[in-house]
Design a protein around this ligand. Structure first.
Ligand code: CAA
Length: 380
């Protein structure tokens, strides 16, 4: 696979890098402490086209390719993985699916403002009793005239508090198992739709995560995405795209750990010389760099396959599985290289570890990625 980036891809990468350093980095530590949602940053990212990167300009998106999206996600997440996940959800899990499977009405009313970044989206599949086993949806939607009435609860919803539009999967025909699941768009403020408290998470603290509660929430029938009964297929296909987004986020964290460790090793002295001169440290840095590069290549491969219109399910899962593992491992090594300084907030690497862990859990745990990869490999 050829990764000679085009001028446009390099320009997007450079823009993301400069933006992350000048606009995101200055408040990243503070937002990690106080959990504040980066409203102003997201607004500025919208102006750069980063909230609807791959959406066709006819729907007010930036019309960029998936490789550009991955490159931008890596740069943003290298500086702040919280901002990375907000961007990833809006791009991969929300605008991507609405552009591909939304009706003209949905594209006009919901996709366009989401792609412009004027509105923020969330993707609500997980439930208290349906996380990895996503077919077990308990949230019910019952038809009543020209509306659907939704009752149930969703859990762990990224952007849950801040999102304007939520994509909500609900069971519309229990007998049909996953073929009876339907996807809806539910607007914030719809009567009967409330949310739980903001979760107090280990990491990605400046993104908001909460549960969503539906009590006789009436949603017009034109807010059905694709078709009644297609909600599970919609969710699975959308998640395939989400997975290279999270893989990119993980590559960004892995890269950040590598850069922090390298910088520190060049200035910290022990046994009469900079610790970078000790093989024990050189070997760690070499492993971290090699694994980061491998993770990045897997991620870009998945993105490039999608751009080429080729199958990418297995590759997206491989990219997420491996990159998330490397993000955690690199963060741990970066802490080890920093010694005691790595264990305190003053140095950034403890945040990298806290932020990295979730990449092995959300948008399909590592174990789920292995199921998907295994099934794809063993398919007849
Ligand atoms: N891509 C496309 N279709 C897929 C698919 C994939 N990766 N995986 C499964 N499917 C399809 C199957 O082809 C099948 O379709 P048909 O019936 O039309 O043939 C259907 O889905 C059901 O598949 P299975 O019979 O294999 O179902 P299963 O229950 O054995 O396994 C699973 C399904 C792959 C484990 C699925 O439940 C899964 O992916 N679970 C993880 C869910 C997940 O990723 N949750 C993350 C929540 S979202 C989130 O984290 C967002 C956030 O806020 C950051």
């Amino acid at each position: 696979m050829n990764f000679d980036f085009t001028e446009e891809q390099l320009m997007i990468q450079q823009t993301a890098r400069e933006f992350a350093e000048s606009e995101i980095a200055p408040t990243a530590v503070e937002r990690d402490k106080n959990g504040e949602f980066p409203t102003e940053i997201i607004k500025k990212m919208s102006e750069l086209g980063f909230m609807g990167m791959m959406v066709d300009p006819k729907y007010d998106g930036a019309g960029m390719d998936t490789v550009s999206y991955a490159l931008a996600m890596i740069e943003i997440s290298k500086v702040d993985a919280s901002v990375g996940v907000i961007m990833s959800v809006n791009n991969s899990l929300v605008t991507f699916g609405l552009e591909k499977w939304g009706s003209d009405f949905i594209k006009e009313k919901y996709l366009k403002p989401l792609a412009r970044g004027e509105k923020l989206g969330a993707f609500a599949l997980s439930e208290p009793e349906a996380g990895s086993d996503a077919t077990q949806q308990q949230t019910m939607a019952v038809k009543d005239g020209d509306h659907w009435v939704i009752n149930g609860m969703k859990n762990w919803i990224t952007n849950g508090l801040s999102a304007d539009y939520h994509i909500v999967m609900a069971q519309t025909d229990k007998e049909k198992r996953h073929k009876g699941i339907t996807a809806f768009i539910v607007e914030k403020g719809t009567p009967g739709f409330t949310h739980g408290v903001k979760e107090d998470k280990l990491g990605i603290k400046s993104s908001d995560t909460c549960s969503l509660i539906f009590e006789d929430c009436r949603v017009p029938e034109e807010n059905v995405i694709w078709e009644v009964g297609k909600g599970f297929n919609f969710a699975m296909n959308t998640l395939n795209g989400g997975r290279y987004g999270i893989a990119s986020q993980a590559v960004g964290i892995a890269q950040a750990s590598l850069e922090a460790a390298t910088k520190y090793a060049k200035v910290r002295k022990a046994f009469g010389t900079e610790i970078a001169n000790h093989q024990a440290i050189q070997f760690k840095i070499a492993d971290m760099a090699t694994k980061t590069e491998a993770a990045k290549l897997l991620t870009l491969q998945a993105a490039a396959l999608k751009d080429a219109g080729k199958p990418y399910i297995k590759e997206a899962s491989m990219a997420k599985l491996y990159s998330s593992k490397v993000a955690v491992e690199n963060a741990l090594e970066a802490i080890q290289i920093h010694g005691g300084y790595g264990y305190v907030r003053e140095y950034l690497v403890e945040r990298f570890l806290r932020d990295a862990k979730i990449t092995e859990i959300y948008e399909g745990t590592s174990e789920i990625q292995k199921i998907i990869i295994g099934r794809e490999l063993l398919r007849d």
